[in-house]
Design a protein around this ligand. Structure first.
Ligand SMILES: [Zn+2]
Ligand SMILES: [Zn+2]
Length: 169
């Protein structure tokens, strides 16, 4: 899963397409709590001109993770578009480099590393199985999406308070 600059240099700014189907075992999302459930479909268009590598494309896959409110495992579909620009400063280090840019060295670019990076930054910090997930009862720990309990809950968070009022109407 590499882009070789030689292939792109010949095209002088035109785009070349790369397509991959990456198996879950080949992508480790570190300690994000997310795991690939199916292969990731990764399409990239790349061009190279004036030491700049332009990349745009899409990533489509499904991940497994635990809901941050009710801790049930659920499937999180991901379908994203990205575009990125990387500079290859080459051998000379006396050039004026724009440090806001991303850099890469050498004559090839590692797409697997890019895929992993984009996936990780696209993951939500507090994944929810559903936007109206009721979570767990703070007293008895019951999953309130599945069952109702009779616990008296005081000092609940305002979001749950709204729900409580809603159900009492
Ligand atoms: Zn949930
Ligand atoms: Zn309860």
């Amino acid at each position: 899963m590499k882009i070789y600059l030689d292939d792109l240099k010949k095209l002088q700014g035109d785009f070349l397409n790369y397509s991959y189907r990456v198996n879950p075992k080949d992508i480790n999302l570190e300690n994000t709590g997310f795991y690939l459930k199916c292969p990731a479909i990764f399409n990239v268009e790349a061009s190279y001109q004036g030491r700049e590598l332009f990349l745009k494309g899409t990533i489509k896959t499904q991940l497994r993770t635990a809901c941050s409110r009710c801790v049930s495992e659920f499937v999180f579909p991901l379908d994203i578009e990205f575009h990125d620009k990387f500079q290859n400063p080459g051998k000379s280090d006396d050039e004026d480099l724009d440090f806001d840019e991303n850099f890469f060295q050498g004559e090839s670019f590692n797409l697997r590393a890019l895929l992993k990076e984009i996936l990780i930054i696209s993951l939500p910090l507090k994944p929810l199985c559903s936007s109206n997930c009721l979570g767990l009862c703070p007293v008895c720990g019951l999953n309130l999406n599945l069952e109702e309990c009779k616990c008296e809950v005081s000092g609940v968070d305002p979001r749950l308070e709204d729900l409580k009022n809603f159900f009492e109407k």
